[in-house]
Design a protein around this ligand. Structure first.
Ligand code: PGA
Length: 292
């Protein structure tokens, strides 16, 4: 069974003191749950300027650090941009790539998303690849075509960039199905609809990458996930977690969502090859984390 991935995307929110406070409170609240249930993998994605500070606060906890974006080049004259190698050297282990806000507001294309995914793999970061259709695409019956096209484009050349199939399965990407119309709208997809698209994404991953390589890839749902509807998504066997925007800024809401997934984890057996980056250094391995 794949570990459940619950990622909080803080977007462009929090001042310095608020980010510190939120991280401290979340660690305090989540640590007992996460230590008791190593099948839960929780990632905080604060604004890039707070990454090192939030990283310090969560360092000794099972909570992991993610960035909201990366550039595809490794260094150079790219004013304002942050390279994947910089993120990794700051303790970041996950990076959101291709969020619909970046596609829509910052002109990202399937090509730039793919370049960012490859940069993430080259720098031992796990990309959380966001895909999803707009309301108009859905109305025109284009959901599957759009979503599966984005999945295929994002992962072109990924096995090579990761350094081969074995390395890829050690640090698999995640795919987050986020219908654009559901994000921040208070109108989530039904869990049945999300499960159906997740099933097609899984088939596509297996076809494109191979069954063994696709096996450890968690498929998430994102878009208006709240404490009140998290159980529906947690109960879906096709879904391995959620990407949360607004509700990730509330300690109570975010931890309720993590706990909802905790209630639905039935097996303690980890997937082949997946590692908890925090368990790699001696002394930090939570006693029950699967060793493979
Ligand atoms: P939301 O955002 O939870 O606020 O709808 C989700 C996302 O943008 O990933």
């Amino acid at each position: 069974m794949r570990r459940k991935l619950i990622a909080g995307n803080w977007k462009m929110n929090t001042l310095y003191s608020e980010a510190r406070h939120l991280a401290h409170q979340l660690v305090r609240k989540l640590e007992p749950t996460l230590r008791a249930n190593p099948m839960l993998n929780t990632v905080l994605c604060p604004p890039s300027i707070w990454l090192t500070e939030v990283g310090r606060i969560i360092e000794r906890s099972p909570v992991e650090l993610g960035a909201q974006d990366t550039h595809w080049e490794s260094s150079g004259a790219f004013t304002g941009a942050v390279a994947a190698s910089m993120l990794h050297s700051a303790g970041v282990r996950h990076v959101i790539v291709g969020h619909s806000e970046r596609r829509r507001l910052f002109g990202e294309t399937d090509d730039t998303v793919n370049r960012k995914v490859l940069a993430a793999f080259r720098n031992q970061l796990r990309p959380i690849i966001c895909v999803g259709e707009t309301a108009a695409q859905r109305e025109n019956g284009k959901t599957n075509q759009v979503v599966l096209g984005q999945v295929r484009a994002a992962l072109q050349g990924a096995l090579e960039a990761a350094g081969g199939a074995e390395e890829f399965t050690k640090r698999p990407p995640a795919v987050a199905y986020e219908p654009v119309w559901a994000i921040g709208s208070g109108n989530p997809a039904t869990s049945d609809d999300a499960a159906e698209v997740a099933g097609l994404i899984r088939d596509t991953l297996e076809f494109e990458l191979g069954q063994r390589e696709a096996g450890p890839i968690p498929i998430l749902y994102g878009g208006s996930v709240k404490a009140g509807n998290a159980d529906d998504f947690a109960a879906c066997p096709e879904l391995d977690g959620v990407l949360i925007g607004g509700a990730s800024l509330s300690v109570e809401d975010f931890s309720s969502i993590v706990e909802a997934f905790g209630r639905h984890v039935v097996s303690k057996t980890g997937p082949a090859g997946e590692t908890n980056p925090k368990a790699e250094s001696p002394g930090e391995r939570p006693s029950e984390v699967p060793s493979n």
